[in-house]
Design a protein around this ligand. Structure first.
Ligand code: NAP
Length: 485
């Protein structure tokens, strides 16, 4: 079930949040701690105003809520609201024998016994769940995994506590995010969503239902994802999930915030992940875990796509082809023969190798000249310091591979003194914003522009082919865009 947390301060606001999300959710949590004092008097009537089951919750501040009164007044408020037709009431697991509990039992309102941990995970999480379930209540553990190993513990809940039918288990924060999407694989009866997040990692109900289709996950669903650190900003779920839906492939694509690649591969075996995209800083870190790699991965020393191939992991690099594809015609007809590559990081490695493999003369300029030198030696390119970029204004192609200009640094330009001329091609790898400051200057000079977002989509489509064996659905391609900046 997808549960919408209503975060309005008035009944009217909550009703409008409910109406906006009605088609995406199966039940709602009515948070009376977030209500204005004046609206609380009407709270018991709320379940009759909506046509879905309602959880009644009055969260205290220590559990992430906004209720500021005494425990006595909180208990009294909950008890009075329980005159209403609520399906569930959430009572924290340390509250013993309250009047609210007695009234809920009397009125056959199911009790959710919750525990919140915003800094870690209780070491006895399995025991706590079993103990609450033994009393006939629904255990709820909202915890904060601090590593992939903690996330593994959450995913073990499903098998270790298979006999506990009704339970709510979720991981908050970056590490916990996959447990919100894959809630069924964690063994949780529901996942929480909100228009305005009231806990770390919450997303909108529309995204949960339409992008992730989290409620359709079953035992046969193939799990894919992207691993990185940070990773939750990744655009890749917006490419892969609609593609899976477009070809009716029972699969889901989830971002995994990964501290240790080793732990991630343990998780991948445990929950049978079928493949992942790999982003910063793990493109090199995954190499020791791969049983098979392509020529490009070997040459570049960097892998951005991992797929399960029988009993081993296979690594490919789709950045390489995603980058070079739109240049091939101009390289073939010799319009592009020389290039200036700005940057010498991970992305630059794919770029320089691709250009060198196609016979382009390349000069690498980088802030850290040693890094430029070492990539240049490997690839038989030339190198110089970033400050000398201006000396290379005669080249046919300029490729910008640094993170300079990327949101929130969108006012910066890595080569502010470089003068573009109209017969040059300028390729920007940064994709947020679409038009960086540097690209805007190149546009004004009449250059041919190539965008980071288009490269991202091209490499994502190639990953989709590795994951599914099918081409990316053509009709979806035009929907793949970021908001214009
Ligand atoms: P990376 O390995 O961390 O390399 C970062 C590069 O940026 C290095 O050359 C670094 O220079 C340079 N840099 C960072 N801050 C700088 C500053 N203030 N001034 C000058 N240079 C600076 O990162 P990456 O993986 O190569 O990614 C770089 C960018 O490419 C990111 O914005 C990423 O989103 C983008 N990218 C896009 C795609 C796509 O499909 N469109 C694919 C891959 C990457 P130093 O060596 O001197 O530190």
């Amino acid at each position: 079930m997808i549960c919408l947390v209503l975060s309005g301060s008035t009944i009217e606001e909550n009703i409008s949040q409910f109406k906006r999300n009605r088609e995406y959710v199966d039940l709602v949590e009515f948070r009376i701690d977030l209500l204005d004092e004046s609206s609380r008097g009407l709270a018991s009537k709320f379940p009759d105003m909506v046509d879905l089951p309602v959880i009644l919750t009055c969260r205290r501040q220590s559990d992430g809520g906004k209720y500021v009164g005494s425990e006595k007044s909180r208990g009294a408020l909950l008890e009075s609201c329980l005159d209403g037709n609520f399906a569930y009431v959430d009572i924290e697991d340390d509250i013993k024998r309250s009047a609210a509990e007695l009234k809920a039992r009397e009125r056959k309102i199911r009790i959710i016994r919750s525990r919140h941990d915003f800094t870690g995970m209780p070491s006895d999480i399995f025991h706590r769940i079993s103990k609450i379930a033994a009393k006939g209540d629904i255990p709820k553990m909202a915890v904060t995994p601090q590593s992939v190993l903690d996330l593994i513990t959450l995913f073990r809940v499903k098998t270790e506590l298979a006999d506990v039918g009704e339970k709510i288990v979720l991981g908050m924060g970056d590490f916990g995010f996959p447990s919100r999407i894959l809630y069924k694989r964690v063994g949780s009866m529901l996942t929480y969503c909100a228009d305005t997040p009231v806990a770390p990692g919450q997303i909108s109900a529309q995204k949960m239902k339409e992008l992730y289709r989290a409620d359709t996950v079953d035992d046969r669903t193939h799990i894919f994802g992207v691993i990185g650190n940070p990773v939750l900003h990744s655009f890749s779920p917006e490419i892969q999930n609609p593609g899976f839906k477009g070809i009716n492939f029972n699969a889901i694509y989830v971002p995994f915030h990964v501290d240790s690649v080793r732990s991630f591969f343990i998780l991948a075996e445990m929950i049978k992940i079928s493949g992942v995209s790999v982003t910063v800083p793990h493109k090199q870190n995954v190499l020791p875990y791969l049983g098979k790699i392509t020529r490009e991965v070997k040459q570049i020393g960097s892998c951005n796509t991992v797929v399960r191939a029988k009993n081993l992991w296979m690594g490919t690099n789709t950045d390489y082809y995603g980058f070079v594809d739109p240049l091939l015609v101009d390289i073939d007809n010799k319009t592009i023969q020389s290039a200036l590559v700005v940057g010498a990081g991970g992305a630059a490695r794919s770029v320089v190798w691709a250009l060198r493999n196609h016979g382009c003369k390349v000069t690498i300029v980088n802030r850290n000249v040693d890094r430029a030198r070492s990539l240049a030696l490997e690839t038989m390119a030339a190198f110089d310091s970033l400050d000398n970029a201006k000396h290379y204004e005669h080249v046919d192609l300029i490729v910008q591979t640094t993170s300079v200009g990327m949101i929130p640094d969108s006012e910066s330009d890595p080569i502010p003194d470089f003068n573009f001329t109209k017969d040059q091609t300028v390729y920007e790898l940064v994709y947020r914003p679409k038009y960086t400051k540097m690209l805007d200057r190149a546009r004004k000079s009449g250059c041919k522009l190539l965008f980071g977002i288009d490269m991202l989509i091209r490499q994502g489509k190639l990953q989709f082919e590795s994951f599914t064996g099918y081409h990316y659905p053509k009709r979806l391609e035009q929907t793949l865009h970021l908001e214009e900046d």
